[in-house]
Write a protein that binds this ligand. Structure first.
Ligand code: IPE
Ligand code: IPE
Ligand code: MG
Length: 252
């Protein structure tokens, strides 16, 4: 029996999660301000959204701002907030046209009232779109997500008078900010770093990890295709043996 990784033709990930890293270094290499790199990063994000939507991806999660990114210089943080606002104002029409449903995950209460209102508006406007779900992780942290889910679960446990030993993984999962979408199949991080940086900690348990040295503003359709091809050539075993997986997929 073959032990080589199984190739399933046209295997498209249902959920792709991307850490869009490298904007600052891209700009610095060109002696430009870091914010210029973030502006270019928006173009790369638009490319990725279009590509994934056309490929039939059900959900795309983009890490736009981590709960730790507030530590950056004030000028960069306020520039990013202004950029979020501009992008939201500009992109809603395109999202509606392509039936992309946009949702935000993260502690949105820390954003300005204006930005929070805009976020709610875009979510409401695209709610009934039947195409790809686009999740923007903004002021997001994987630890934050788990803690807020635990808080909600503890409330449920108290109200229902449940014994803690009755708590199961699905019970916690239903309170995670990503409860409505499947777990990421493919995790991509650009920019050469090989770390999670507090992204979807719980949800990445069995995702295929793909790291690229390419800086985010330069991550184009060809680079995305390479990531998808790499994914299609992986054998996902979920704890089983390779032979077990081969047998079950040949019976599918
Ligand atoms: C990622 O690019 C975008 C955000 C964190 C908002 P960086 O800004 O982290 O770029 P580098 O890592 O400094 O190059
Ligand atoms: C992760 O990138 C967050 C986003 C891409 C939004 P960072 O650039 O903030 O990660 P670290 O600090 O290098 O780990
Ligand atoms: Mg970075």
């Amino acid at each position: 029996m073959s032990t080589s990784p199984q190739v399933i033709a046209n295997r498209v990930p249902r959920h792709v999660a991307i850490v869009m890293d490298g904007n600052g270094r891209w700009a610095r290499a060109r002696l430009l301000p870091r914010l210029f790199g973030h502006h270019r990063g928006v173009e790369a994000a638009r490319r990725a959204i279009r590509y994934c939507s056309r490929a039939g991806v059900e959900c795309l999660t983009l890490f736009a701002f981590s709960s730790e990114n507030w530590k950056r210089p004030e000028e960069e943080v306020s520039g990013l907030m202004a950029l979020f606002m501009t992008v939201l104002e500009r992109e809603t029409t395109g999202l509606l046209k392509h039936q992309v449903c946009m949702r935000f995950i993260g502690a949105r209460g820390d954003f300005s009232d204006t930005l929070q209102r805009k976020i709610a508006e875009v979510e409401a406007e695209t709610r009934s779109c039947g195409g790809m779900v686009l999740q923007i992780a903004a002021n997001y942290g994987g630890r934050w997500d788990i803690v807020q889910a635990v808080q909600a679960l503890v409330r449920e446990v108290q109200v229902q008078g449940l014994d803690p030993s009755a708590i199961t993984e699905p019970m916690l999962e239903k309170y995670l900010s990503t409860a409505e979408v499947p777990e990421p199949d493919l995790f991509i991080r650009t920019g050469g770093e090989q770390r999670i940086s507090n992204f979807l900690l719980w949800q990445l348990a069995y995702s295929e990890l793909y790291f690229s040295d390419c800086l985010w503003p330069e991550f184009d359709e060809k680079a995305l295709q390479q990531a998808f091809d790499a994914y299609a050539n992986r054998q996902r075993r979920f704890g089983m043996t390779g032979d077990q997986v081969s047998r079950s997929s040949s019976h599918a």
